[in-house]
Design a protein around this ligand. Sequence first.
Ligand SMILES: [Zn+2]
Length: 330
Amino acid sequence: MGEQAVGGEVAVFPWAFIPAPEPGERRADFFTWPDPALVGLRFPYFALRGRAAGPTVAITAGIHGGEYPGPLAAIALGRTLDPAIVRGALLILPLVNQSAFWARSAFVTPGDGLNLNRAFPGKLDGTVSEALAHRLLTAVVDPADALIDLHSGDIFETLADHSGRYHTDDAALAARNAALQAAFGLPYAEVYGAPTAPRSLTGSAAARGKATLLVEVGGNGRASAENAATLDLGLREALRTLDTLPGTPRPRPATAITEAAQVLAPVTGLWCPAVALEQEVAAGDMLGTLTDLLGEPLADVTAPCGGMVLYYMTSLAAHAGEPLVNLARR
Ligand SMILES: [Zn+2]
């Protein structure tokens, strides 16, 4: 994708904030950004530059602090991929939000209380999340042809493995995104609407015309080797599709999700889910109950429409307005 590899041409390394590896080599190190809000933060990275020209691909993980399979898989991939067989260049950022990671914070960045993945496009002189969002978008995504961002269910959430791509009217880009999603090979494949005023990293990348995939594997704060292996397989297949790695990708069939309904907590209370992952429910079916601290019923939570349980909250503590269950329509 992007520039086609031309025989004899040397791979371009487009990320200017990192010293470019020699062609055919890997650099594993830390970088810093000079913005006041980001002083003191050392970001781990793996940079691989192939010998042959090819696409420039960024892989990010750890935007949210309690999603562990992504960082595990990104580190393993960064350490084991052979740069000699890579075409183009690959930048892997396995843990972009260390403040949230070390605080074990599910959504928000300590220091500003913002959800980094709702802080895009960010701003240079902003808070830590805003400055980070700005840098990720302008320094990491803008020079790349493609972005894969690894997420999981958060610490209080369990989910069925799925990926998401964005609708676009650009037929060529739509085909590339669909191929990327099929290659990653997760059981459920969601298609989001075209991003308008995106606040997430993937939405912003998609809006800038990048081939983009959002990946959701694992959850509940588990650093699961099985989940990391699922991601490793998906990433390698995706990199074949992008032409970063040699070999023919083997796309695996997925169930398409065309629409998803978020069921929010009507009140704050103790949440007892009554559903399982991948369970089919009909409109009106019981999804769970909310009680007060004496066990008195506060609300029955029922399905507003039919669908399959794609993810749900596992925390006993539920705040009014938080998503309890996500119902996907096929
Ligand atoms: Zn996440």
